[in-house]
Design a protein around this ligand. Structure first.
Ligand code: IPE
Ligand code: IPE
Ligand code: MG
Length: 249
């Protein structure tokens, strides 16, 4: 039987110094530092990715329990094809393993899985796994868990432009809302917070349009060490920010 994770009560949230009203609705995570984590231990990079998969499991559970509406994680960028073939193969093998091990639990906890990115580049087997996970969870109403795979924000924007043209959109009539609805993230809440691990402070082609008013939190923690406590610290940092959206408060 898959484990069911109850939602945190207000008191449980408080143990992490969090309050429900100050939580972001949609969190993006740039999961970085798996390679450095492995290197520090004289392990192959694939061992870092495996440890990263464990950390991911933790933050999905925490997001679900905290009642966050949407979590979007950057797992493989359009630029990551420049990595050695052995590392790419290890990453995709891990991804298959992740779905194999996690899908029952994710589904039982009401998580809805969405893959964002261009799936056409993947093997038939992986595509089938990804399709099956999305179809199986499509009616779930809990955490929207989006995995950015072969994702690049510039490619997403160009894809959106092409789909608007194909749908017959006329020059001068395209609105921000129409454009937003043509992105892979269509229908998700506005992105409130982007967390990047491992000390880097850049977007690396992640959610460029969606990040327009997101808060950024950077942590030196390498992704495999990104525990629920570190995640909660990032959420606390978000809660301390004043968001003005252009207004005078
Ligand atoms: C994981 O971290 C992110 C992925 C692209 C899967 P990295 O593999 O980029 O780790 P570092 O940056 O080399 O430490
Ligand atoms: C960004 O990490 C992509 C993912 C986390 C999947 P990278 O490690 O590929 O980014 P750069 O190359 O340091 O910008
Ligand atoms: Mg990196």
């Amino acid at each position: 039987m898959p484990n069911i994770y109850p939602k945190f009560t207000d008191a449980e949230l408080k143990e992490f110094s969090l309050s429900r009203e100050a939580l972001p609705r949609h969190v993006g995570v740039i999961m970085d530092g798996n390679g450095r984590w492995a290197k520090k231990r004289l392990l192959p990079r694939s061992a870092g990715h495996r440890a990263g998969m464990e950390a991911l499991r933790g933050i999905v559970r925490f997001s679900h329990s905290a009642g966050i509406e949407a979590l979007t994680v950057y797992a493989f960028s359009t630029e990551n094809w420049k990595r050695p073939r052995t590392e790419i193969d290890a990453l995709f093998a891990l991804l298959e393993e992740y779905f194999h091990k996690e899908i029952d639990e994710l589904d039982a906890n009401g998580v809805r899985i969405r893959i964002i990115g261009d799936e056409a580049a993947f093997s038939g087997k992986l595509r089938d796994i990804l399709e099956a996970a999305q179809n199986r969870t499509v009616k779930n109403t809990g955490l929207c868990f989006n995995i950015a795979l072969n994702y690049g924000s510039r490619a997403e924007i160009v894809h959106a432009v092409n789909s608007l043209i194909e749908s017959g959109a006329k020059s001068g009539e395209v609105t921000e809302e129409m454009f937003d609805s043509s992105l892979y993230t269509s229908g998700l809440p506005e992105l409130d917070l982007i967390i990047r691990t491992a000390g880097e402070q850049r977007l690396s082609n992640f959610l460029l349009w969606q990040a327009a008013y997101a808060e950024f939190v950077f942590t030196d923690t390498l992704f495999p060490d990104f525990s629920r406590e570190v995640y909660a610290d990032c959420l606390c940092e978000f809660a301390r920010r004043t968001r003005r959206f252009g207004k005078v408060l």
